[in-house]
Each structure stands twice: as structure tokens, then as C-alpha cells.
Design a protein around this ligand. Structure first.
Ligand SMILES: [Zn+2]
Length: 317
């Protein structure tokens, strides 16, 4: 029955992932496609329509079926109530886009949109690493640094939906512009691209095997004993740990979930960050609480499951 199915979409800078999920959480269809370039809102909606069409045909539903609801998470500063996306650096949207409205017009069903890290914290709380916790800080460290707050049993969005922007706490280091338009945000000194950026200041890319300095290259160099690469990583660890310890002191969460390509899959990196957090946070927040520091468990689909939980009212609002 098509009206029992939910359509959940994660729009990233490089790809769009769509899942069709039934009302019991069963996955009926999963498919991704490259994000259209340039990232025009209408073209992105076209990509979602075509993925959904494939989903309908793969599951034997009529082409004119309607999902029971559509939930879309997107990296950007957005207001989930109005559906306005004010800024999405990954999609190069610099002025407000009424994306919620455009989705409602295109799909003629209930629509929810949410910041991707907000969706991810909900996913990890309801289905993943933070299951059972009521106070959770979620951070994802990849190309950029994103974050979400789940406080007192609810997603905390702030007054307009922009809360939890952990990547933009400051100051760290000196003199680096951030994609948000300001300077010296955590993201500019401790994200994957920041690690590569620090290395680019020290090495000539032409002299590097493969001709490109990437985050993975810096980690490889550090593993083989290169002291300059080790310093870059130590500094990123220190900055990340200090930044997160501020959040621990501020919110006293019982669980901190760390995900993303830089930290999520490198347990040694995560352990070093955890050690800084434990050193820098006030002792009661770490020892009495006690704070659990967990790797994200739903990647890369944490946002998808958060949107599903929100769409199906599994979360207190
Ligand atoms: Zn910033």
C-alpha cells in the first residue's frame, strides 16, 4: 500500500540518497544519484522525483502513487517550520530558498525538512549509538564539522532552527576564513579539509605522490612517522577536544556521539579526542554523569533515520 510508505531523502553536496521505508521501518527501496551541478533547487527536486519514480516502479507501486510523507535533510541553515533554507554552503545556496514549499508543490504530501546534523542526532538517539539517552551532543567531523543537540528528550533547534552549529564555535587558530563568512571557526582548524589545508601550507602538492594533498594523505604521513603531519593531526585533536569539552560543560550530556569520515572510522583519533575532552571538561560532567563517548552507528544514513523518526512521530516535539 503506497499510502503506508515514507520517502526519506538526504541531500548532500555530492549525492542525493533516497529511501522508501514502510510504516514498520522496513526498507523497500534505496538509491542514490549525483547532486545536479549547478545545484538549482528545481533540478534537485527533479532528481528526487526521478529517484522516487524508480522506487515506485521497483516496488510495484503505481507511477502516480504518493508517499505518506516526505522527509528531507539538507546541510544548511534552515527553518524547519517555514521550510526556508537560508544558506547552504554545500549546495552554493547563498540566498533563501523556499525549499519546503517547492517540495510540497512537487510531491503533494506532507513535507518535513531538517538540517542534516539535527536529523542525524535524532537518528542516533532513536535507532543508533545514543539509544536511551535524553541529553546528547552529536558531532560529525568530515570535510566540515556539523553538530546536533538533543536536550531533555527533544531535538534542540534554537529559536529559528540554527542551533547546534558546533563547527562554527570559536576561536581556534588564527586568520582562516570559514565558509560561514566568519573567521577561525573550529571547522577551519579541525575538519578534514582543515587538516589538508594545514598540510598544503607545508608541502608542495606537485611533489606529493598522486599530485594532491588530501586528509587521508596527512594521516598516512603521520602513521609513517612524519613529525610535521603528526603535529597537524595533534593540533586538530586538541582543537576538537577543547571545542567539545565546552559543549560538555555547557550541556552536561550523558552521551557524545562522534561521526564523520575523519573521526568516525579512526578509533585511535576518536580516543585521542576523548582524552582531551576528559582532561578539559569539568570533572563532574565526565565522572559523575558518566559521559559516554560513542562512535556514530548509523552512518551514512543517520540523517535518513532521523527524518523517518520525525516523520512518523517517534520523537517528542
Ligand atoms: Zn564558520
Amino acid at each position: 500500500m503506497s499510502d503506508q510508505n515514507y520517502c526519506v531523502v538526504d541531500i548532500g553536496g555530492s549525492k542525493i540518497l533516497l529511501l522508501l521505508i514502510d510504516d514498520k521501518g522496513g526498507i523497500l527501496f534505496r538509491e542514490k544519484t549525483a547532486t545536479p551541478k549547478p545545484e538549482k533547487p528545481g533540478d534537485i527536486i527533479g532528481s528526487i522525483q526521478s529517484l522516487l519514480g524508480k522506487g515506485f516502479s521497483a516496488t510495484g507501486m503505481a507511477a502516480d502513487s504518493k508517499p505518506r510523507g516526505i522527509g528531507v535533510c539538507i546541510a544548511g541553515f534552515l527553518d524547519h517550520k517555514s521550510g526556508l533554507v537560508y544558506q547552504s554552503p554545500n549546495l552554493h545556496w547563498t540566498s533563501p530558498v523556499p525549499f519546503g514549499e517547492l517540495l510540497s508543490e512537487a510531491f503533494e504530501c506532507p513535507v518535513l525538512i531538517e538540517n542534516d546534523a539535527n536529523a542525524a542526532v535524532v537518528g542516533e538517539v532513536i535507532y543508533g549509538a545514543a539509544k536511551g539517552h535524553r541529553d546528547v551532543v552529536y558531532v560529525t567531523i568530515s570535510t566540515g564539522i556539523g553538530g546536533g543537540l538533543y536536550l531533555d528528550g527533544k531535538l534542540y533547534r534554537g529559536s529559528s532552527g540554527f542551533a547546534g552549529e558546533i563547527g562554527h564555535i570559536k576561536p581556534f587558530g588564527k586568520g582562516r576564513p570559514c565558509k560561514c563568512g566568519k573567521y577561525d571557526c573550529l571547522e577551519t582548524w579541525a575538519s578534514g579539509s582543515a587538516i589538508a589545508r594545514s598540510a598544503k601550507a607545508l608541502w608542495n602538492e606537485n611533489e606529493v605522490e598522486g599530485g594532491e594533498i588530501t586528509t587521508a594523505w596527512v594521516f598516512e604521513q603521520a602513521d609513517t612517522g612524519n613529525s610535521m603531519a603528526q603535529k597537524i593531526i595533534e593540533r586538530a585533536v586538541e582543537n576538537t577536544g577543547r571545542g567539545l569539552s565546552n559543549l560538555i560543560n555547557l550541556f552536561n550530556p550523558s552521551c557524545l556521539v562522534i561521526g564523520g569520515g575523519v573521526a568516525g572510522s579512526r578509533s585511535d583519533y576518536r580516543e585521542k579526542v576523548a582524552a582531551v575532552i576528559k582532561k578539559e571538561s569539568i570533572r563532574p560532567s565526565v565522572e559523575i554523569t558518566p559521559l559516554k563517548i560513542m562512535p556514530a552507528s548509523l552512518e551514512p544514513e543517520a540523517g535518513i533515520w532521523g527524518m523517518y523518526a520525525l516523520l512518523t512521530n517517534r520523537v517528542e516535539e
